[in-house]
Ligand binder design. Sequence first.
Ligand code: NAD
Length: 527
Amino acid sequence: MNALANQAELGHEQLAVFNPATRETIGSVPIFSAAEIAAAVDRARKAQPRWAATPVRERMAIIRRFQQLLCDQKDAVCEVITREAGKPLAEALSTEILVVLDGAQYLLDNVPAFLRPEHIPHSNLAMKLKRGTLLREPYGVIGIISPWNYPFSLPSVQTITALAMGNAVVLKPSEFTPFTSLELQRLLREAGLDPDLLQVVTGEGAAGVALLQANIDKMIFTGSVATGKKVAQSAAARLLPVVLELGGKDPMIVLEDADVEVASSAAVWGAFMNAGQTCLSVERCYVHESIYEKFLQACVEKTNKLRSGNGTDANTDIGPMIHERQLRTVQIHIDDAIAHGARVLTGGKPLTQLGPSFFAPTILADVTHSMAIMREETFGPVLPVRSFKNDDEAVALANDSDFGLAASVWTRNKSRGESLARRINAGSVLVNDVVCSFGISEAPHGGIKASGIGRTHGRFGLEEMVWPKYVDSDQMPGMKKLWWYGYGPGFRTQMQGFIELLFAGNFTKRVRGGGKSIKSFLGRKPR
Ligand code: NAD
């Protein structure tokens, strides 16, 4: 913060940050120029080799101290999250702080073993005198660009994972929620991290562009599909490896044997938590026709009891949306659905009496796939529901989407749910729950199709922060290899026989091949 304050004093252009609940300005941060971002990356690059050479247990000691500091200061960090992102304090605790503390624990429990050199056994008889080892090397400097909807958990887990692997990080947070990332930076510095190893560069989209063009070694981007495509194009031009965590349109399938009471509570929470601004939100709900009306009624009753308001009020269930642009998208999707025959069962309009950023939690029935609300990411508090006749139709509807982030199946029959889960094209499919896989640090997080490329979290998330180096050590260094020069008819016969020895279809052919190979080998000398 001091460094940033100093930059402000030096006359930096400032970016104002608003409280979405009140629309009051809560502060400002500097807009970093492209040259400053390039300089931050250079500082990170200089500091990184020493960090990579630091024993893993010392790196993990910093992660542990960070975890303890965060646990002690969780309420203060939640206040910052709620002030700039609007979500209820309880959600800041459960979907941000808890996720990061558990993410840190996952690293403490797994990174030392993960980074141990791994022996790679092999089966090729010709290579038997070789010993292979896989090393996992840090990339160097990882650029991270984050959205505003989970301003703490997303960049924090990505940052501490990158650091634990021996990388340095330059983080560009969303222009709407920079203070939360500055809290992350503060906590890691207090934990003993060299300031150059995590630098937060604040600004708008242009700062993201500048970070992509700076001398980074990998980009971890989380945000919209539209921006993700631009990031992918820019990265492709210089073959920069990228992870893209993009949008979702997650389906929820409620089978006829589901517990309607439980499934309706899940649908309401899954669609409205964080005011529906979650990549894993329930954005499409398909309910078996035999329980359709009962399910809708239960959802409406529960929705009508929800309390919208300022996230700092302990009684608030749903906070504001981040900005008015987001509200407009929600209204456009709802109006389009109504125009094409959908029924509004509750909500459907902004809650202007609370301020310009609040939208009533909305339930739409009888939606169809020709409506924008079932095809595009709405990212607001809307639960669109339609009925289906049988499992095949439900699976076809769930898979009829450009997105493939997550999905859920609801049934009292676990094995039926699990077998349906296998047929759904999404990065994660939950049976009898929604959203929560993000809170399981072991579970890979990411999607297919327009939902992105690559994974964060879990073992796959660790692999994204390193590149694999195969080191091969020959056990007979004094011996020339049989496949080196000295070609001619003899070598050809030797190879033919050797291949037959290994792969011919029957035992006799194999023995004959072995004999042919040995005979030619004895009459030949590699040069
Ligand atoms: P966004 O794409 O508008 O912005 C994301 C970040 O990219 C911001 O920091 C922004 O400043 C930066 N940016 C903007 N233009 C850029 C450019 N040309 N080059 C580089 N960076 C640029 O997204 P948002 O509105 O902040 O976030 C909401 C979106 O994020 C939703 O679509 C949501 O589904 C998605 N999201 C995905 C996940 C996931 O894990 N899959 C998680 C959270 C959010």
